[in-house]
Unconditional design. Structure first.
Ligand code: ATP
Ligand code: MG
Length: 687
């Protein structure tokens, strides 16, 4: 039972641990999944947005290109007319703010729509000029790196095309656009505060950036996945920015025809912000569920402990119960037997557990004597009167007596109780009533003996009294008869007195004793002095040993016991023979205390061993001559008194030689509380 409970507890602990582990594995999985989803979403989003950014920029470049193709063909050196033309044409691209300029074939600024050039501005050293001049008659669009304007002092990207006259290089038309304008469309795409859009040339140079950061313009990027000849057109990557130490997820798209890369980055912090919220929610839910699980298991453990305590209590009660029980399961097979039942029957649990009714009944019946056999479980059930009201607890019962065979008669009272519990169909119970039966028997025997003993003298009294009434007798005869009546009356009185004495001593069991520390030596002298020996006989010889001999005893009762023994010593020894008393003390050994022994010896008729064995039985008289008066109760009283003092009584006797009665009592110790010591001994079972 205990082992099963421990195993169940272990399984519960494992289950609790498993539940908690599952909750946290699920939480960890969900957090990881959400993290990956947000990262993946961002990778996809930034790639797509980079593509959109690139496509939009492609169309912008195309429009710029078309614009330049249109206006360069109309350049004829007339500043005023060209200015109007530019203004008019510019209306078609009103979403962009840009500057248009023309550089003549020598590199001198010939036209600018911002202001009429007054100074001779030499731009012959600029890349966007030289690249076309060196190319000769090749007509292509050139897009410069970001430049600080000589005139405006602002950053700009130059889109240039050569002006060809008769197929020969005759200048360059320039369209300047600020990097901010060029990358401005990214404003529509970026989601987070820390998001960034960048336009990078194939050489790694940053052409434009949104939000604008002038310090980064012209910087050269290295080791980016979109750089290099074999780099993919689109993709994504993660990088920590050197400028603000922010980790970002970047998506890119390359326009190979313009040798430009469009890169969009979202800050990881922004990307993961909703994930952090979700993660916190998941952690909160997991914590709440864990607390709930822990609380549930705690309650379960508490109720398990309560159940254990109740089971242990019941077990202890069951163990201590003097009544025996045998329970039967729903199929009426023996489920369990209580320790008391196994003790009574000397059966082992394994011998009966699982037996059906018939098997169990046969087994128990085989242990009984013929006259009081176990009637069988089925018979007990059948004997239940159908009209009987159900006993408390739902069952009905009727009691039977059975007697177990073997040494020492054992009488058991048994009954059957039907049960309404699902697991238990019925319970057999057994009560050991051997002692009660014996006590009943002894009582009846005692009453019968006492009545018989009283009837003998009463018969004499009645007979002689009747005789005296019926006839006339002479004076001498009358006196004889009256003498008999008086003698028998005395006997009756002494029987009744001794009986009353005995009954009182037995009933009080020493509770009315007044225990005190007594010198037995002194008590013996007093008892000897008070004792009246039969006429013509010497007083008993007092002990020669020097006192004191301390014992804890009730003075009156001990004197009564000594006087009874002395009375026997005189009664059953011839006149002239001596009665001696002796006192000795034996020292204590190990756990046994020192003892004081009192010996009273006579040289009388003595007793045979069989007679000696019965001395102390009520009304037993070894001498059946009838010449010595007595009731046969004296030694019973002595035995009771000595036992209640925790002492021992021993008799030694030989026919024709005499008898020695030895009474031994524990020697009183200086520190011992007298009353408690003797009470404790007197209260011992069987004493
Ligand atoms: P009473 O009740 O008057 O004492 P009783 O002396 O017969 O009667 P017990 O003192 O109980 O009864 O003794 C029981 C019997 O034991 C006696 O009848 C006697 O036969 C025997 N007996 C007791 N003491 C002695 C003894 N010292 N010598 C020989 N027989 C004895
Ligand atoms: Mg006697």
């Amino acid at each position: 039972m205990k082992r099963a409970t421990a195993r169940f507890r272990q399984q519960l602990v494992l289950l609790a641990a498993l539940c908690l582990a599952l909750v946290w594995i699920a939480a960890a999985y969900e957090i990881l999944r959400s993290h990956q989803v947000y990262i993946h979403d961002s990778e996809v989003r930034t790639s797509v947005q980079a593509h959109v950014f690139a496509e939009y920029s492609r169309s912008t470049i195309k429009r710029i290109n078309e614009f330049m193709l249109d206006v360069r063909s109309r350049w004829n050196g007339d500043w005023q007319a060209f200015s109007e033309l530019v203004l008019k044409t510019q209306e078609n691209i009103d979403d962009l703010t840009f500057q248009v300029a023309v550089i003549d074939k020598d590199g001198i600024l010939a036209f600018s729509n911002l202001a009429k050039p007054t100074d001779r501005t030499d731009l012959s050293g600029r890349e966007h000029f030289t690249v076309h001049k060196l190319a000769g008659n090749t007509d292509r669009l050139f897009i410069s790196k970001p430049l600080m304007g000589k005139v405006s002092g602002k950053w700009s990207i130059q889109f240039t095309r050569p002006i060809l006259k008769n197929g020969q290089f005759n200048g360059v038309v320039v369209l300047s656009i600020s990097p901010e304008q060029f990358a401005g469309f990214a404003r529509e795409l970026l989601i987070g505060e820390d998001s960034v859009a960048t336009v990078v040339r194939a050489s790694g140079e940053i052409m434009a950036r949104y939000p604008t950061a002038e310090s980064s313009l012209g910087l050269i990027l290295k080791d980016r996945p979109f750089l290099g000849a074999s780099a993919p057109v689109s993709g994504s990557y993660r990088q920590i920015a050197a400028s603000d130490s922010q980790e970002r997820i970047f998506g890119f798209y390359t326009l190979p025809e313009y040798r430009m890369h469009f890169v969009l980055g979202e800050s990881l912090r922004d990307v993961l912000a909703p994930h952090v919220v979700h993660r916190n929610e998941v952690l909160a839910v997991a914590t709440a569920v864990s607390i709930l699980i822990a609380a549930l298991f705690f309650i379960l453990f508490r109720s398990l402990s309560t159940r254990d305590t109740i089971a242990q209590q019941l077990g202890a009660i069951f163990e201590l119960s003097p009544d025996g029980f045998v329970s039967f399961d729903a199929d009426r097979r023996v489920l369990s037997a209580s320790p008391a039942f196994l003790r009574m029957t000397r059966l082992r649990g394994a011998q009966i557990t699982g037996l059906d009714e018939a098997g169990f009944s046969a087994r128990l019946a085989s242990l009984c004597v013929e006259q009081a056999r176990f009637p069988g479980v089925a018979a007990l059930r059948a004997a239940q009167p159908p009209e009987a009201p159900p006993a408390e607890g739902g069952g009905r019962d009727r009691r039977h007596l059975i007697e177990l065979a073997g040494p020492g008669k054992r009488v058991l009272e048994c009954g059957l109780r039907l049960s309404e519990a699902a697991a238990v169909s019925q319970i057999l119970y057994f009560r050991d009533i051997t002692h009660e039966t014996e006590v009943d028997h002894l009582k009846s025997e005692f009453i019968a003996t006492a009545a018989h003993e009283l009837r003998t003298p009463m018969t004499s009294i009645y007979g002689f009294a009747e005789l005296l009434l019926a006839r006339e007798f002479g004076e001498a005869e009358q006196r004889d008869f009256l003498g008999i009546i008086v003698k028998q009356s005395q006997l009756t009185v002494s029987i009744l007195n001794e009986l009353l004495d005995l009954v009182r001593i037995e009933e009080r069991r020493g509770k009315d004793f007044t225990i005190e520390r007594i010198d037995l030596h002194e008590l013996l002298h007093e008892a000897a002095a008070e004792f009246r020996p039969p006429q013509g006989r010497d007083a008993p010889a007092a002990p020669t040993a020097a006192g004191p001999f301390w014992v804890n005893a009730d003075r009156k009762k001990l004197t009564q016991a000594i006087s009874n023994v002395l009375s026997n010593a005189y009664k059953y020894s011839p006149a002239g023979s001596a009665v001696e008393m002796a006192l000795t003390q034996t020292p204590g050994q190990g756990n046994s205390a020192a003892r004081v022994c009192l010996r009273i010896s006579d040289h009388g008729i003595g007793m045979s061993p069989s007679q000696l064995a019965r001395v102390g039985e009520r009304f037993y008289r070894a001498d059946t001559s009838g010449k010595i008066p007595g009731t046969g109760l004296g030694m019973s009283i002595v035995r009771e008194i000595i036992q209640l003092h925790g002492g021992e009584l021993e008799l030694a006797s030989k026919i024709g030689e005499g008898t020695t009665v030895t009474v031994s009592l524990a020697a009183a110790q200086e520190t011992e509380p007298a009353l408690a010591a003797v009470r404790a001994t007197a209260a011992k079972p069987g004493s």
